[in-house]
Design a protein around this ligand. Structure first.
Ligand SMILES: Cc1ncc(COP(=O)(O)O)c(C=O)c1O
Length: 385
């Protein structure tokens, strides 16, 4: 199996075996070049090269690309500095009151739960965590459904679990949330760019995705989709000079509400990050997300088989529709942090997560990468076992 993009766009692959997209993706050379040119023009030319109109339009390409990615309209998209920033804004706007609850998962990425814990200190709302840490591979839709009731304001969960790679069924979660009058707030950071997601068809009320993982952008920009019904009400809790329809007016005496996803963008930011995000999404779309899913899933399948052969206790669900590009295994008696460091010393880059080794494969990886990673893992295990 070959890669879906030229390896020359990712020169470090000549030197190392990189199976760590779930941590930080490699950004393709054409995207890196576009950002470098933009940053150089801006830093060297100030308003000569980047005037008020250019600044107002800077994130249009990213919004357009993200709209294509989620099969929606650019009006439904806001570009924020990170996934956490977008989720925090939506959460603080919602401000669930005492007596209401939020349902989340205990093994999810901390940003997905912490915002609600912070809000609980403010309002007294309840944060209900689905207990999955004891058996991470077994987390199911039913476990989540068991905690949702008519006092649930939102289900806050990741589409793909960062540590185990479990893929949740978004439409079922949306139906579950809506049947209780709740919202589905979906963190797609570990899926956007790898798993096709039609925003409207999914039923999710909001979708958040950081750019530097499967979308292959850089740090500093994330996509936030707000469904039309939510967007019509959404009045962003933060405000700055860009929180207006026409940001060239500079009228400090009036702040008319700017409802919807654009309201998430309120301040001067490192625009190069948004330029990177737009270009990276276009790069991913040119390859095709359906093709990427098939590719990444096959590589993850090979990793899961190999890790099992090596005696690993796999915590990624084995059924094909329940995983994508992530494969994680624990090796009893072995310290995952030390194992990952030993692998890195041999040129194989993976991450220690939840006491296991997390391997993550994307479109720039091939079967040789998988074979090398497994061979080096076997070698390191035999040396430490
Ligand atoms: C599921 C998930 N959400 C979000 C993030 C990162 O969020 P942020 O970029 O806002 O720090 C990660 C990073 O690993 C993640 O795995």
């Amino acid at each position: 199996m070959t890669t879906l993009a030229p390896r020359t766009d990712f020169p470090i692959l000549e030197e190392v075996t990189y199976l760590n997209t779930a941590s930080i993706a490699l950004t393709p050379a054409p995207v890196r070049r576009a950002v470098a040119e933009f940053d150089e023009r801006l830093a060297g030319g100030g308003t000569v090269r980047f005037d008020d109109a250019a600044e107002a339009a800077a994130y249009e390409p990213a919004r357009n690309a993200a709209a294509r990615l989620f099969n929606t309209r650019p009006e439904q998209i806001g570009i924020t500095t990170s996934m956490s920033e977008a989720l925090c804004q939506v959460a603080w706007w919602l401000r669930p009151a005492a007596g209401s609850n939020i349902v989340a998962v205990d093994l999810d990425f901390p940003s997905v739960t912490y915002v609600w814990m912070r809000l609980a200190r403010e309002t007294g709302c309840e944060v209900r965590l689905v207990p999955a840490l004891a058996d991470p591979a077994a987390l199911s839709f039913d476990d989540i459904a068991a905690l949702v009731d008519d006092r649930t304001v939102a289900i806050s969960v990741s589409h793909v679990q960062y540590a185990t790679g479990l893929v949740l069924d978004v439409s079922r979660l949306a139906d579950l949330a809506h049947s209780h009058g709740a919202l589905l707030l979906l963190d797609a950071t570990q899926s956007a760019g790898m798993i096709p997601l039609d925003a409207a068809a999914s039923g999710a009320d909001a979708i958040f995705a950081g750019g530097y993982k499967w979308l292959c952008a850089t740090f500093g920009a994330a996509v936030c989709y707000l469904a039309p019904a939510l967007a019509a009400r959404f009045d962003a809790p933060f405000a700055g000079w860009r929180s207006v329809t026409d940001q060239t007016l500079f009228d400090a005496t009036h702040l008319d509400p700017l409802y919807g996803a654009r309201g998430l963008e309120y301040s001067t930011v490192a625009y190069g990050s948004g330029i990177a995000l737009g270009r990276a999404i276009e790069y991913v779309l040119d390859i095709g997300v359906e093709r990427i899913l098939e590719h990444d899933r096959q590589l993850a399948g090979l990793l899961l088989e190999g890790l099992t052969r090596l005696g690993g206790q796999v915590i990624t669900p084995q059924a094909e529709h329940l995983h994508a590009g992530i494969a994680t295994a624990r090796f009893p008696g072995q310290d995952a942090v030390r194992l990952a460091a030993r692998l890195a010393a041999e040129g194989v880059h993976v991450s220690p997560r939840l006491g296991g080794l997390r391997y993550s494969a994307h479109f720039y990886n091939n079967t040789d990468d998988v074979a090398r990673a497994l061979a080096v893992t076997a070698h390191v295990l035999s040396a430490t076992g």
